[in-house]
Write a protein that binds this ligand. Sequence first.
Ligand code: GLN
Length: 478
Amino acid sequence: MVKAYSSLADVQSGLRAGAITAVDLTRSYLERIENNKNLNVFLEVFTDSALAKAEQVDAKIKSGTAGKLAGMVIALKDNICYRGHKVSASSRILENFVSPYSSTVVERLLQEDAIIIGRTNCDEFAMGSSNENSAYGNVLNSLDHKRVPGGSSGGSAVAVAANLCLAALGTDTGGSIRQPASFCGVVGLKPTYGRVSRWGIIAYASSFDQVGPLTHNVADAAAIMEVISGVDEFDGTLATQPVPAYSQQLQTPQKKRFAYLRDCLEKDGLDPEIKNRLLQLMERLRAEGHIVEPVEFPYLDYLVPTYYVLTTAEASSNLARFDGIRYGYRSANATDLESTYKKSRSEGFGAEVKRRIMLGTFVLSAGYYDAYYSKGQKVRRLLRNKTEEILSSYDFILLPTTPGTAFEFGANSADPIKMYLEDIFTVQANLTGVPAISVPAGKASNGMPFGVQLMSANFTEPALLAMSAHVQGICEKL
Ligand code: GLN
């Protein structure tokens, strides 16, 4: 019986010492996946390609040529393309679609000898906060099956939390890595916009989307970031600056300056247990000599509306390509070209995706463009300026990841606005582009975990990762 590993360092020392092989390790994860099928985490397990890769990794370890992620068994959210493998964005419209090419992140993971074990369930086209929008059923939170895992990368978060793999990739357009990380008790990082290639990621809102890791600890997130970040000729939005050796820069940080947004802590609906934990954390940070100060951020109530105006606009454009002709699902009831489009899209997309396509089409339409889309862009600029201003005088902004712990299935389903408000603390980082991470901060009295969130200036991931490792350590002792 192979033990449940919770860090890459541990896996790699086991492999190097010959205590385990990559093949046995992979088999043990496959077995755990099989035994936990009820969680509905994996839409597909890539048994053959994973075992083939594991064999290759074992040979490379013997010959001393193994890559940086050798032995990291990793899962992909089902919106990340991997050549010759199915990818569906958890949508019926892409059912049985096989990707003809690999995303850049997949190429890079494989180059460094990660073992890709399967694709994880998520909200359809990454739209949602609870995983209830998947066409393939809910993912259960492994800590309480009545509760959601968060979304949209809920499958990826549970995969890590339940030890069905060592790490997973997710995508984060408005919190989809950080919110499920918080609900499942794992680490989740949204990198700076422009740090990680979006080539081969099924687009939701292109000026917001970023790929990032979900892991047990910050060091593993750093190791993955080192491999997946950096320029790519296929994604023109990437920054050209070199990729730092993130995993070499995790030492305990010097004294830093933290801001917290006063209104965030006073927000109605913030779980008092989460608020208390944040206050305790601040006290500890101050006791260590860091500066922790409140700042005004008068735009809190504009974050969610601006996010939903702009992302639905981008989504309506991005999802226009799913027409029943080029990919996946085509309605059997169509009689001509127009009904092929109409019926394939009506039958292929789920309710939330349709809601967003319609909303996005509306905010972009003649007559409403200025009132919604243009105005949203202006507000985005204001939010960005204010966030950058704060981050020019402070190293970090400290805030909750989520207003509460994982809620029960159905709790927010009847009211989309209520569901959208779940994203209040996470969308700021996507609207402004800055990196943000959620690290486990404790458990509430209902037994469910929750995270705290740190944001920092663009491309300051090294400092962000080092501090979040430190913060996770503090929270473990509180
Ligand atoms: N919950 C947010 C939404 O539904 C975030 C999704 C995401 O980050 N992909 O849009």
